[in-house]
Write a protein that binds this ligand. Structure first.
Ligand code: FAD
Ligand code: DLZ
Ligand code: SF4
Length: 516
């Protein structure tokens, strides 16, 4: 009896659930490049190339292991263009009696999969994705009875569960969280260590040619392309990060610098999210560096917290609150996404720089995502669905399970405070403190009103005024509301007028959408 085992583009792990119990003599593994998945948002062209190249490399590994892989290429004339269509075709081709898949990372795909049994006519088993450390059931148990889930509590639970950075029952160093040590601005003399790039091999080059031909007007530069596309490369990237950047990860985690998109960040999310790396091996490598005295605790704790804390937490929230989660809009934000999110053509240097980096590489680090593009979208009241489609498209590491809670909840507060205890709203002063962007900007973060004023300034206070009813009661917002209450009426009307002008101009700004 032939079983068809489906492996999606972000499930490229030999130990993925769908491959457990594989009978190499009888079973067929289906991996399919399909048009529908390349176009549901206009993905960055490097993201498409990364996935196709990684899928093809993974297929080569399985084939070398004696597994029968049925690999469908995007340009196969018989390709139906959808995952469901390709599963149906493969079932017929191989006379498969059943299908085994691993749960996908997006509600949209899960809903489609739930219909396959009826449309294809064979049993379809959808297995839990056990590449995560916290199962959906465990997360549901953790959530039960909690009024306000908080990442910090979840994280401690995960530290105990994994034993990472634990000395017996106590956290290493005596504290659970060293975040307070991790807010440094980057001193001028600090040199950011270089990191490996993975030059395209023949497989990647043929994918790059395919993507260039198929998506000539797609978003983002296709080359230079240097993503790790196979497990050995991802392991090399991990090793280099642990040796070279991890020691500085904590101190400069929130810093931003022109021309230095990576700083001390790992750039491992893309590899982690598609299965080339496993979360525990990444954390163990970081912990080993601490135990060997090669990286300080504030760096290693901060890094491990991102993975066993935030990463697992957002995944738990996603499945717990979907599908309703995506439809909430607590701040009633409705403005359309201005075209400069795609083109980078704006006088705001922080946004131009961040979008430029994204266009070139499919990457921006967390603070750029949260406090530059996210903060602006929050303050300007941009419509969550449009902002979320942008985040899902432009980053090489974006899948809805991780993108949505971070965007909808953390950046936009559209969930009304499930994910974040207060909006991450900030004026130009924050960006000026944490970056060198403002020095090259036509606006001035210290100017509060008039044409030279940094747009983040009036928008920040206007946001506070507009959402007073919802936010003023939040003790964590007490300080800005006290400041607002001390402002004289003339200042408040200047803010309103400036913000009104900026928002009106935004609504008239050219809109743009890449064509995939
Ligand atoms: P580092 O800063 O070096 O962190 C190490 C690892 O921790 C990352 O590789 C990642 O796996 C994990 N991590 C860190 N922060 C988070 C977080 N908040 N949520 C989940 N995992 C985290 N991450 C994605 O993987 N895909 C997305 O689509 C995505 N969208 C985001 C959208 C917004 C608005 C924001 C604010 C954050 C988003 N993040 C997303 C989280 C985070 O910004 C990225 O994981 C991180 O920037 C990836 O770069 P890195 O590997 O250099 O991370
Ligand atoms: C994002 C993406 C793209 C661009 N292409 C494919 C593809 O051709 N085949 C595939 O199996 N998956 C692709 N994906 C990932 C899916 O859109 C989706 O995000 C994940 O499968 C969710 O787990
Ligand atoms: Fe951004 Fe304002 Fe600084 Fe310009 S002045 S870079 S708009 S924060």
């Amino acid at each position: 009896m032939t079983t068809l085992r489906l492996v999606l583009a972000d499930q490229l792990d030999r130990a993925v659930a769908a491959l457990a119990g594989l009978d190499a003599g009888a079973d067929v593994v289906l991996i399919a490049e399909v048009a529908e998945e390349t176009t549901y948002v206009p993905h960055h062209r490097q993201k498409i190339a990364l996935l196709f190249s990684a899928m093809r490399h993974f297929a080569e590994v399985l084939t070398a292991d004696g597994v029968h892989v049925d690999y469908v290429r995007l340009d196969d004339p018989a390709n139906t263009g959808s995952l469901g269509g390709e599963v149906a075709r493969a079932v017929a081709r191989h006379g498969a009696a059943r299908v085994i898949a691993t749960e996908p990372g997006e509600w949209r795909v899960r809903r489609a999969m739930d219909g396959w049994e009826a449309s294809i006519g064979v049993p379809v088993e959808i297995r839990a994705d056990d590449r995560f450390l916290c199962s959906r059931d465990r997360f549901a148990g953790w959530m039960s009875g909690r009024k306000a889930p908080r990442m910090e509590h979840f994280y401690r639970d995960m530290r105990r569960l994994t034993g990472l950075l634990m000395d017996g029952d106590a956290p290493a160093g005596g504290r659970w969280n060293y975040d307070a040590d991790n807010r440094g601005r980057l001193p001028k003399e600090v040199v950011v260590p270089a990191r490996p790039r993975f030059a395209p091999d023949v497989t990647t080059q043929s994918v790059l040619d395919l993507v260039a031909a198929r998506f000539p007007d797609g978003f983002g530069d296709l080359e230079p392309f240097g993503w790790p596309v196979a497990r050995e490369q991802a392991l090399a990237a991990l090793e280099a990060f642990v040796a070279d950047q991890l020691p500085g990860f904590g101190d400069y985690q929130d810093a931003m610098k022109r021309g230095e998109p990576l700083l001390f960040h790992a750039r491992l999310s893309a590899a982690l999210n598609i299965g080339l790396l496993r979360p525990m091996e990444v954390c163990r490598a970081a912990e080993a560096a601490f135990r060997a005295g090669d990286a300080p605790l504030n760096a290693v704790e901060g890094f491990i917290r991102q993975i066993i804390g935030w990463r697992e937490y957002v995944r738990g929230l996603y499945w717990h609150f979907m599908p309703g989660y995506a439809g909430t809009n607590a701040l009633a934000a409705t403005r359309p996404l201005p075209g400069f999110y795609w083109t980078g053509e704006t006088d705001m240097a922080c946004i131009a720089e961040t979008v430029g980096e994204i266009r070139r590489s499919g990457y921006a680090h967390h603070i750029q995502r949260l406090m530059v593009t996210g903060n602006f979208a929050l303050l300007a009241g941009l419509a969550p669905v449009e902002v979320e489609a942008w985040y899902l498209a432009v980053f090489a590491d974006a899948y809805e399970w991780v993108e949505l809670p971070n965007t909808h909840g953390m950046a936009l507060y559209a969930d009304g405070g499930i994910m974040a205890s207060k909006p991450y709203a900030a004026s130009g002063a924050y960006i000026d403190r944490m970056s060198d962007y403002c020095g090259g900007c036509r606006y001035d973060p210290k100017v509060k009103a008039g044409p030279k004023a940094c747009p983040f300034n009036p928008l920040y206070w206007n946001f506070m005024i507009e959402h007073r009813a919802r936010l003023a009661g939040n003790p964590r917002m007490a300080l800005p509301y006290r400041t607002l209450d001390r402002m004289d009426a003339r200042r408040v009307s200047e803010i309103r007028a400036d913000a009104g002008r900026i928002l009106a101009a935004l609504e008239e700004a050219p809109r743009w959408l890449p064509r995939n």
